[in-house]
Design a protein around this ligand. Structure first.
Ligand SMILES: *[C@@H]1O[C@H](CO)[C@@H](O)[C@H](O)[C@H]1NC(C)=O
Ligand SMILES: *[C@@H]1O[C@H](CO)[C@@H](O)[C@H](O)[C@H]1NC(C)=O
Length: 478
């Protein structure tokens, strides 16, 4: 856009702001959140709805049709994707009388006061060890037939979230293809069903898994949607600026290869853990904030992927809360944007208004999300004056070592551990990593930052930027 020399600056500024806002709004995608409940310490559903509304979240995905949860969303204006769990697939596939009853008691009793826009029939069914794959498409068809019967099929879509493990090939993206043994039995019938019913494919995509399996070949910046040189797909010359887009285009290529170029896609899960085990390289608060923050920016500033540039990206972040009852590696329990006490694990914008209020946040700008610290990713590090140092816990050292370091520092070591007692200034976040960091740093400062005083058998390391855990201030000398 060009302006005449005489255009007043204020008008220029106004038009500029207006036009950039327009471009954000015109073709932007949507950001929703997965509300998983595999935990014993979450707030009540009404409290959760209040939290979501305070964040201006308008789309939420659930893993079931829990009646108390669905009731809590009544009148909230939030659109829901609900789920028929894998355990019910065989019954749903067997008869429409089952899905008629299921739709009556789980959907019609709530919709449309509780706004349900889609039903996920099963979740990552091809990866289900109980062999539920043969039931999937018949179950989807029966659920849809029931929605038609009760006259709600035009407002409620039926689909099923597919994990990226359904792909045989995903690199380069243009060669993306589904696993051969899935194509005829289930992929083709499912895509035909989605096409016929005007629905879309649901895809769960985690660049984190690809990154931890290939840290030697995939750059962290590429995985986190930070500025990077990009990767060129040598088959078609398209350049990918992020692993996320490359993964989504591998799915599009796999669909195109079967002639389903016109079926749309929604990313029903994506995320990055704020903590992980020692072998889960890259799991940290800073990286999780960078991934999710940059992804939200990417989605809300519009445009699709290189293969489908005109289709906005619609995503659901995984997940709303850290879920303490999830089995598996540490990362599984640390995907949340929020702790169960409703405090943020890290701060990222989730809406266009949020992005505009914090235009440079979370895209890798130094003040918010810096390169990962040397070993682990504790907290959020802000800039400091030259020469100051702090000592923080290395969460990769494992719980036992961190606990030992905490016990030693607060005991024999003589650190000042009053601030991490319940109710005191540094009690929150109430995590072992945060408390150990506080205690270890206190010990290190007490020892005047002498060499060897920030080690704790590998459980600690020196940083040159002030550690930030919540609003807790870490003292330093110098
Ligand atoms: C939510 O939207 C309201 C009204 O537009 C706005 O005042 C508020 O700042 C928003 N909150 C967040 C967290 O974006
Ligand atoms: C972050 O985004 C802003 C706005 O697009 C840009 O000016 C800035 O250079 C970016 N910073 C980094 C480190 O990518």
């Amino acid at each position: 856009m060009e302006f005449s020399k005489h255009t007043p600056h204020s008008l220029c500024a106004f038009l500029f702001i207006f036009s950039s806002l327009q471009s954000i709004l015109s073709d932007s995608g949507t950001v929703g959140i997965n509300y998983g409940r595999v935990a014993d310490n979450l707030p009540s559903p009404p409290q959760v709805v209040k939290l979501l509304k305070a964040q201006n979240v308008t789309k939420v995905k659930l893993y079931d049709t829990d009646s108390a949860v669905l009731s809590a969303f009544s009148g909230s204006g939030i659109s829901l994707t609900v789920a028929l769990p894998n355990e019910q697939l065989s019954s749903a596939a067997a008869s429409q009388s089952f899905t008629d009853k299921w739709v009556q008691s789980n959907i019609l009793t709530h919709h449309p006061k509780t706004l349900i826009e889609a039903i996920a029939v099963g979740n990552e069914v091809f990866a289900d060890t109980k062999n539920t794959t043969p039931f999937l498409v018949p179950a989807m068809k029966n659920v849809h037939a029931s929605l038609v019967k009760y006259d709600v099929a035009s407002s409620i879509k039926v689909s099923s979230p597919v994990a990226l493990s359904a792909l045989q090939t995903s690199y380069p993206s243009s060669s993306g293809s589904f696993k051969t043994e899935l194509i005829e039995p289930v992929i083709k019938p499912m895509l035909s069903f989605l096409k016929q019913t005007g629905s879309y494919l649901m895809v769960n995509a985690y660049p984190f898994f690809a990154y931890i399996a290939n840290t030697d070949t995939i750059s962290l910046d590429y995985a986190l949607l930070r500025n990077n040189d990009g990767n060129k797909d040598t088959n078609n010359g398209l350049v990918y600026k992020s692993l996320f887009e490359a993964q989504i285009d591998a799915v599009f290529a796999a669909m195109n290869a079967l002639g389903f170029n016109d079926v749309k896609l929604v990313v029903t899960e994506t995320g990055w853990p704020s903590k992980g085990d020692e072998n889960e390289v890259g799991a940290s608060d800073g990286n999780a904030a960078a991934y999710n923050g940059n992804l939200v920016r990417r989605v809300l500033t519009g445009g699709g992927t290189p293969l489908r540039p005109d289709q906005p990206l619609n995503v659901y972040l995984f997940a709303l809360f850290n879920e303490d009852q999830k089995p598996g590696p540490t990362s599984e329990r640390n995907y949340g944007l929020f702790y169960p006490n409703q405090q943020k694990v890290y701060d990222i914008p989730l809406t266009v208004e949020g992005l505009n209020a914090a235009p440079n946040m979370a895209n890798g700008s130094k003040s918010q999300v810096v390169a990962p610290p040397p070993i682990s990713g504790g907290g959020d590090f802000s800039a400091s004056k030259v020469g100051q140092t702090w000592c923080v816990a290395n969460d990769k050292a494992g719980e036992e070592k961190l606990q030992d370091a905490l016990d030693y520092a607060c005991g024999e070591g003589g650190a000042d551990c009053r601030p991490i007692q319940p109710g005191a200034t540094c009690y929150n976040p109430n995590t072992l990593e945060a408390h150990a960091s506080y205690a270890i740093n206190s010990y290190y400062q007490k020892k005047s930052r002498g060499s060897g005083t920030c080690d704790f058998g590998g459980a600690a390391y020196v940083v040159t930027q002030s550690p930030k855990f919540g609003s807790c201030e870490f003292p330093t000398g110098n």
